[in-house]
Design a protein around this ligand. Structure first.
Ligand code: CU
Length: 418
């Protein structure tokens, strides 16, 4: 009897729900890219045009993952999703301008997009999407994978439109917006990079989350004009550690917020993003990003933030970490003060220098490479490049372990400074 009553209630609810929403639907659309091939222990990155919904509507949620040919999700022990960034092509970015509006990204922390009820990112059937991926294969065999992304999409109903605000402490600096945390500080010392962005319009921030790399403590959002802290996105650590380690592991989750009311921010006010890292050890090629969604609307003056619905995870301080080189450097010890960076090898892998020496790397490969400290007294790195030189003056004695972050299993170097 109770079962039948429940069925009747469910049927009545369904009948009531249908007429009011005539043609309103939320669908989960799934798209898969063409095959992506990554060499053993290699890194692959490429921009692609990406399939997108073919009807006018609103994106209300999104997530992406790497799958194999049979559709099985490849976990972080197999492939590391450095990042996948989705952008609307031909639309200026909110903070950077240009011809691609960044509206969703996933990194190692796998932060899904999920807007609060009633809000949506407007999308037209004619809009074109692009994606930029950077994947790292953690296995000793070639990865043949695909990026599969799902879009929760609402049609037939007007939602409150949101705009994506991409804040990055190294914003608009190109495809690799990284900075180096030098390390060598006392215990509990921190290193901060920050950026300010002046709001060109008023509205309410209804969703947001951060992106940090290994060593990150928090990504903090402030309204600098009002002297108010708005939100701090905090990292959760843990998960499998693939061997050999090809990069310092990043957070497995970053806390994010949603708010139907939204955090009020007025035109002309300055949003400040601070990426705060621990500075006892070096953390090279670090990032500090926060993606926010703004529902434009009238706001004036300073207001307290409403209570936020926070998906917290299990935040903690980053675990102490010392990165070994993926393989031992080979060859006799060189006292030269320069070396070449060729395709898939540094000219000399073992180097000994006197303190105060300036060392030069000369790039001459057919592919991009870099120089990245993974451990040592000071963290520094060279940008990805194919040509030119990079110089560094070694002021601190000790052993520096370096690799090319794009070819970490092949290109290693150890520099001992006396
Ligand atoms: Cu390289």
């Amino acid at each position: 009897m109770a079962g039948i009553a429940r069925l009747l209630v469910a049927a009545a609810a369904a009948a009531l729900a249908v007429p009011g929403l005539a043609s309103a639907t939320e669908r989960t659309l799934t798209y898969t890219t063409g095959p992506i091939s990554v060499e053993p222990y290699g890194v692959a990155q490429q921009p692609l045009l990406a399939d997108s919904p073919q009807r006018d509507g609103y994106v209300v949620g999104m997530k992406a993952e790497v799958v194999d040919a049979r559709g099985r999700v490849q976990g972080r022990d197999k492939v590391m999703l450095h990042h996948i960034v989705f952008a609307k092509v031909g639309v200026p970015d909110y903070t950077c301008g240009g011809g691609a509006q960044r509206f969703f990204a996933e990194g190692e922390e796998r932060l899904a997009l999920s807007l609060p009820e009633g809000y949506g990112y407007p999308n037209k059937a004619t809009d074109r999407w692009g994606l930029l991926y950077m994947l790292m294969n953690h296995e000793p065999r070639r990865l043949n994978g695909y990026i599969r992304y799902t879009v929760r999409y609402v049609t037939g109903r007007a939602l409150t439109p949101v705009k994506p605000i991409w804040l990055d402490v190294r914003n608009c600096t190109g495809p690799d917006p990284v900075f180096d945390v030098p390390g060598g500080g006392r215990r509990f010392s921190t290193f901060t990079e920050s950026t300010d962005f002046t709001m060109p319009e008023s509205g309410r921030l209804v969703s947001g989350g951060g992106h940090l790399h290994g060593g990150g403590l928090r990504a903090e959002l402030r309204n600098a004009s009002c002297g108010r802290s708005l939100f701090a996105s905090r990292p959760t650590w843990g998960g499998p550690k693939p061997r050999p380690l090809l990069h310092e592991p990043g957070p497995t989750k970053m806390s994010s917020f949603r708010s139907t009311v939204g955090i009020p921010v007025a035109k002309g006010q300055k949003l400040r993003l601070r990426a705060i890292y621990e500075n006892e050890a070096p953390h090279t090629r670090a990032m500090g990003i926060m993606l926010l969604f703004l529902a434009p609307g009238a706001v004036a003056g300073c207001h307290a933030a409403p209570p936020l619905d926070v998906d917290l995870g299990r935040p903690s301080a980053p675990p102490p970490f010392s990165m070994p080189l993926p393989r031992a450097p080979k060859g006799r010890v060189s006292k030269a003060t320069s070396t070449v960076v060729a395709d898939f090898a540094y000219g000399a892998e073992r180097i000994s220098l006197a303190r105060g020496t300036t060392f030069t790397w000369r790039f001459l490969g057919a592919f991009q490479h870099d120089v990245t400290v993974v451990g040592g007294p000071v963290g520094f790195s060279a940008p990805w490049t194919q040509r030119g030189t990079f110089r560094y003056r070694f002021r601190k004695a000790g052993t520096y372990r370096l690799f090319c972050s794009l070819h970490p299993a092949k290109m290693v170097q150890q520099i001992t400074v006396r």
